[in-house]
Structures are given as C-alpha cells and as structure tokens.
Design a protein around this ligand. Structure first.
Ligand code: PLP
Length: 450
C-alpha cells in the first residue's frame, strides 16, 4: 500500500463528523481509516498493512476482493441491479438452489434476508406461526443479532439495553466444559448435564408454550464453544419430543468457517430451520437467509407467510452468493480451512499456549479458534472480569494494541482472542499471524501468574 496520511485524516474527519457507529460511545472511538484490502490483508492510509485474523466480523470467509466475486457483482450490476422480491429472477433462484444443495435433510426452501439478525427474526416468526406457541428458548453466551427478537435471544451484555418487550424469551445454559455451570468433570458429563438442565427448564416453562429453541451450532462471538459429543443430537431429541421447532444459527459458523460447509455437518444433526448470512457471500453485498424444512414450508402453502423485505433476494447480493459458493467449491476453500486448522492453527496455537501462562485454553476447528486468556491457569480466573470496560479491561486492550503493532488485526471479546482468519488463508500467512500473536501474548503474560 502507498501511504497518503492526509487522505486518511480527511476520511476520518468526515467519519467523525457524520457517521454514527455500532455499539460505541461516539465520542470515545478512533476508527482506523481503511484504504483498501485484498485476500487476507487490509491496509490504512499510513502504509500499515494488517493480516486480518478477524475476517472483519468473521464474515470475509473468501478473503477480501476475490476477483471472481467482484466480477460477478459487476456483471450483475450491468444486467439488473434490483427487482422486487415477488418476481422470479435467475440469480436468486440459483443462489437458493446452491444453498439448498448444501443444507441437510429437506431444508430446501430459502427465504432471503439482508443479514443474520433478520434471518433469526424470520426464523422465529416462522416457528411461532407454525406452532401457534409464543415462547422461544436460547442460550446464555450467544449472539443472534441486534433486531428486536434477535437481540432478546442474545445471551450476553449487548442484550441488556434492549431488555424491553422480551415476552416469551427464556435463556438456558449450554455446555461450556472450561467453565462448567454443571460441575462436570468431562465433556461428556457436561453435555449430559446441560441436557438435563434444558429438559428441566422446559418442564418448568411448559413445553406446550414453547415455539422454538435456537442455538448457534458452534457458539461464535461468545467464545467458540464446540458442543460436546451428543449434545446437539440430545437437543434435537428433546425438541422432537415436545414439538419444539429446532433452529440452528449458522450465521457465523456456516460456509466454511469450521472446515465444513455448515458446522452441523460435523455433528450429523438436522434442524427444522437454519439461519445463515456472513460467509454465504462473505458480506460483499448484505445477505442472509433462512433454510426451511418441508414441514414448516408446507404451513405456508395455502396461508400467506406474514413477513417480507423490500430487498429479499436482492440480485447483487444473490449474484455474489452464487459466485462465492461456486468459487469456494472450485478452489477447495472449505477444504483449505479444514487443512489450515488441522495442520497449522491447531498445533501452532497449542504450542503457543504452552509458552504463555496467560493462555488458559485453546479450542476450535477449521479457521474458528479461541484463546481463553487468564490471570491464573490453575483457578482459570479470566484476564479481565466479565464485561469489563475502561481501566478494568486494560490488559486486553494492551494485548490487542500489541497485535496491531505487529501487523495483526485480532478479534477480541472480553478475556478471549479469537483466531478467525479467512478460509482462504495460506499456510505462510497463518504462520506469520501465529508468530505475531505469540509475540503479542507477552503483553498478556505480564498480568498472569507464571
Ligand atoms: N447470529 C450469529 C451467530 C452471529 O454471529 C451474528 C453476527 O455476528 C448474527 C446472528 C447477526 O448477524 P448480522 O450482524 O448480519 O445481523
């Protein structure tokens, strides 16, 4: 990248004048002005290049500016930029077919949205209309989006300010072996006890009042929590027994992130509804959706579906999704994510953990990893308290700054750093990123007991 600090300052000044940012105290932020991006990197106006170990918000699975996806968007823009959702359009039909081809079971009908939250919103609506029941269950330690139902379902502090009109949402604890709520001593026990907890919660809530249960197949932002063996199958069985619609949220875990097309492919579980977004087209144009089972789709055969969006199945978004899925298949990008996870990131992160007292646990698969940073590996006390900000969060802020200084853009959440690069990342890039992470962890070690 060529440096043009003046241009960067102008971009930032205009941003600060008029752009209102997500999740931020507007007067306290200093957004980096981004000049460009390619593959696994993006760069600023000062000549700094960053290896993107965050995939932005864990969505650029195909990397930045993939030429085939860019070309598909350009070509579609020349043909048909937009058309209302009521018409049949070639790219929309093809995008739906390509998604349905990858979903398990009979999840063969696709409702397109503009992103993940709207996908969750519509999945919940479908479940409520289908069952005629009001309640929805979701896990603590989850993120499902920032619209009305999606934020209420979310199981972390970003929900708190929106805890109005939560009618019908009930949270439960999912499995988390490293910090077990169930005093479990093994992963199996954690899974079993989490199922017992869920069963009891359903009994007390009244199964006949519960429309749906939503889970991230692999919990993303809230910790890269992989379900213990048998857990998802157990949830499926509980839902079946009580006539509860089972929704798997694959917004972050889907489209290659775990080294399979969908995270559920690792577990052999088929939900009734599957929500997706992010990796379906790497966010080149906003897109999300719900894959719908035959039984739920049939509910709306003779009765109108009470939901819709002006941009449902937007041609530019669908063209980018078609190009993304085809390119990922042609170039073996999902396989690359699996291979990099198995041969570079997994072994590399475990080796790093052995050297750093601040690393309490390494967990993940594919290009979906978390390092749990702790003050003390014995007690597992987190490096910073839950939901810390300001001074209390200083150790994590210093760690993130140390990564950036070394040209690595990290994904940091509470006391964790997630290693979530694009699925296209090369072995050399992954190793470069691990070396930068290794060096930056020395800063976290200063706050940990050796
Ligand atoms: N569901 C999951 C699992 C997510 O990770 C996210 C976003 O991070 C969402 C839903 C919300 O997606 P969006 O931000 O596109 O609305």
């Amino acid at each position: 990248p060529t440096a043009d600090p003046q241009a960067g300052q102008a971009v930032k000044a205009a941003d600060r004048a008029h752009v209102f940012h997500s999740w931020s105290a507007q007067g306290l932020i200093d957004p980096l002005a981004v000049a460009g991006a390619e593959g696994s990197y993006f760069w600023d106006y000062d000549g700094n290049r960053y290896l993107d170990f965050s995939s932005q918000l864990v969505n650029t699975n195909i990397g930045h500016q993939h030429p085939k996806v860019v070309a598909a968007i350009q070509e579609q823009a020349g043909k048909l930029c937009t058309v209302a959702p009521g018409f049949a359009v070639d790219v929309r039909s093809e995008a739906a077919r390509l998604v349905a081809e990858r979903t398990p079971g009979d999840l063969d009908k696709i409702f397109f949205t503009n992103g993940g939250a709207e996908a969750v919103e519509n999945a919940v609506r479908m479940a409520r209309v289908h069952t005629g029941r009001p309640k929805v269950l979701s896990a603590y330690r989850s993120y499902h989006g920032a619209t009305a139902a999606a934020i209420n379902l979310t199981g972390e502090p970003r929900r708190w300010a929106s805890d109005t009109g939560t009618a019908g949402v009930v949270h439960f604890f999912g499995p988390y072996p490293y910090r077990s709520n169930f005093h479990a001593e093994s992963e199996e026990q954690e899974g079993e006890r989490a199922l017992e907890h869920l069963e009891q919660l359903i009994a007390f809530e009244g199964p006949q009042s519960i429309a749906a249960l939503i889970l991230e197949t692999v919990v993303g932002t809230a910790g890269v929590l992989l379900p213990p063996p048998g857990y998802l199958a157990g949830v499926r069985e509980i839902c079946d027994r009580h006539g509860i619609v089972f929704i798997l949220d694959e917004v972050m875990a889907g489209f290659g992130r775990t080294g399979r097309w969908f995270a559920l492919d690792h577990y052999g579980v088929t939900p009734d509804l599957l929500t997706f977004a992010k990796g379906v087209n790497s966010g080149y144009v906003p897109l999300g959706g719900v894959a719908i089972s035959g039984e739920i789709a049939a509910t709306f055969d003779r009765r109108p579906y009470p939901g819709g969006l002006t941009y449902s199945g937007h041609p530019l978004a669908c063209a980018s999704a078609v190009a993304t899925m085809n390119t990922m298949a042609e170039e073996g990008i999902v396989e690359n994510a699996a291979r990099i996870g198995e041969t570079v990131l997994g072994p590399g992160l475990r080796e790093i953990a052995g050297r750093h007292p601040s690393v309490g646990e390494v967990r993940g698969t594919g290009v979906f990893w978390a390092l749990e940073l702790v003050k003390d590996a014995e007690t597992r006390e987190p490096l910073v308290p839950y939901n810390a900000s300001g001074e209390a969060n200083a150790p994590m802020a210093a760690f993130a700054a140390a990564c950036k200084k070394r040209g690595l853009w990290p994904f940091v959440n509470m006391n964790r750093t997630h290693v979530v690069p694009p699925c296209t990342i090369s072995e050399t890039e992954a190793k470069d990123g691990l070396a930068a992470l290794d060096a930056a962890l020395a800063v976290a070690d200063e706050h940990a007991t050796a």
